[in-house]
Design a protein around this ligand. Structure first.
Ligand code: PMV
Length: 286
């Protein structure tokens, strides 16, 4: 029996812009998904295309038990975390000698297949390696980890990443004169933010700017807007949509002593708040 876990993620900067080759910054966060795999001839497992694909890709049969602390469909990368942890647990239980690089690459292929081509390698990379990851075009680089006090607010409004990506593509086709400069501006925000990762006050301002630009792209939602404004009012340095938008989650960067106040403000807007912080480890054996 082997148990492995992998973290979720937030986009600090650059969602949607990364689809067009611009820079983005994502960070692995608690909570984690825990996956236990057992080599058995009589497999029992949760019905999930991600898990089926993991066993298929590894060419083995076994049973699996999942304990996820990441709410699904909340934009926190739960499917990537499940896939990464399942591959790592299978690798361990069956002694398949795959490296972390192999696991990250296989997890991305699985996400791409299950999500019909609509996956960026961001979630699987962040979940595998942990920390803060800079995404630029096809490449990804880890940035020095920073201790940020974050509160994630799940709007509980369901959204579809692929639909939001399509919606932005459609707007870009109809209004390139507006959307192209907005994508460039998002990249400008990400580039400036890289140099301020250890300065939460400044970083918060960049998050607010990034959020306004996402609103221009049409990926806002009244429920997200309410939670974002409430977080800022409660003292957050900054707050923005994280991930595809149109529902899903927002993230607020807070002074340490105010994170519980910000969480309360989010809950008073009928959102589900998660007080969280960076995960620097990525996928690991439990
Ligand atoms: O909703 P999420 O967390 O899967 O994030 C989507 C981010 C996009 O940039 C909109 C798409 C992508 O694959 O990067």
């Amino acid at each position: 029996m082997a148990t492995w876990s992998a973290p979720g993620k937030v986009f600090l900067f650059g969602e949607h812009a990364v689809v067009y080759g611009k820079m983005g910054i994502a960070m692995a966060i608690r909570p984690r998904v825990f996956v236990t795999v057992r080599d058995t001839k009589r497999p029992s497992r949760a019905k999930s295309p991600y898990i089926d694909s993991c066993f298929e890709a590894m060419g083995v049969i076994g049973s699996v038990y999942i304990n996820s602390q990441i709410p699904s469909s909340s934009g926190l990368g739960s499917s990537a975390a499940v896939t990464v942890a399942t591959l790592a647990a299978i690798n361990d239980e069956f002694n398949l000698n795959k490296t972390r690089e192999d696991i990250a690459a296989m997890a991305f292929e699985i996400e791409k297949t299950v999500q019909k081509g609509r996956a960026s390698p961001t979630d699987t990379t962040v979940s595998t390696y942990g920390g803060i990851v800079l995404i630029t075009g096809g490449s990804r680089r880890r940035l020095p980890p920073q201790n940020m006090h974050l509160v994630v607010g799940d709007s509980l409004v369901s959204h579809s990443t692929s639909r939001m990506v399509e919606q932005v593509a459609d707007l870009k086709k109809r209004h390139p004169e507006i959307v192209d400069p907005v994508l460039d501006a998002i990249q400008g925000v990400s580039m400036s933010a890289i140099h301020q990762l250890s300065n939460p006050r400044e970083l918060g301002r960049y998050m607010n700017m990034n959020n306004s630009l996402l609103e221009v792209l049409g990926v806002g939602h009244p429920q997200l807007a309410k939670m974002i404004l409430a977080s800022r009012q409660a003292g957050a340095f900054g707050a923005k949509i994280t991930g595809a938008g149109g529902g899903g989650s927002m993230v607020a960067l807070c002074p340490k002593q105010l994170k519980h106040r910000v969480a309360k403000a989010i809950e008073s807007c009928d959102g589900r708040a998660i007080v969280t912080a960076i995960d620097t480890e990525g996928v690991r054996k439990e």
